[in-house]
Write a protein that binds this ligand. Structure first.
Ligand code: ASC
Length: 126
């Protein structure tokens, strides 16, 4: 699927970059820095939800490196489990965003952000 390991690294980092952009836009609303607009939050949550499925295919064997720690490959089951927790939290955020329930969005955003952090703590170079 990827010709060189660098291609996989670039792919997964690009996905995270675009995800973080939309996630950050929702975060600005949750923090009160940007006024709430249902369609905007719903759109950004849908983007994050779509992208959240993509990075994992770019962590295959032989693609070690970038900002990923070796434990991604040496304990891949743990990484997979963490990735699934993130994807589930993002589904919940997307459901809340589409519903327009601001309290639910706030809660789901916090929970989703925690799953980002969990993975960074365990699998990302500091
Ligand atoms: C973000 C972002 C992350 C997460 C993480 C949450 O906005 O880019 O990686 O939130 O910082 O702890």
């Amino acid at each position: 699927q990827f010709k060189k390991p660098e291609d996989a690294i670039k792919y997964r980092q690009s996905v995270y970059t675009v995800m973080a952009n939309s996630f950050g836009k929702i975060g600005a609303v949750v923090k009160g820095e940007t006024p709430y607009n249902k369609d905007e939050v719903a759109k950004n949550a849908a983007i994050v939800a779509t992208l959240s499925a993509l990075p994992w295919q770019a962590f295959g064997p032989g693609t070690e490196g970038g900002n990923a720690l070796p434990v991604v490959w040496s304990d891949n089951a743990k990484f997979k489990s963490a990735s699934e927790k993130m994807q589930l939290a993002i589904v919940n955020l997307n459901v809340a965003a589409q519903s327009g329930d601001q309290e639910a969005i706030k809660k789901a955003f916090g929970a989703a952000g925690q799953t980002c952090k969990n993975c960074h703590d365990d699998f990302k170079k500091k």
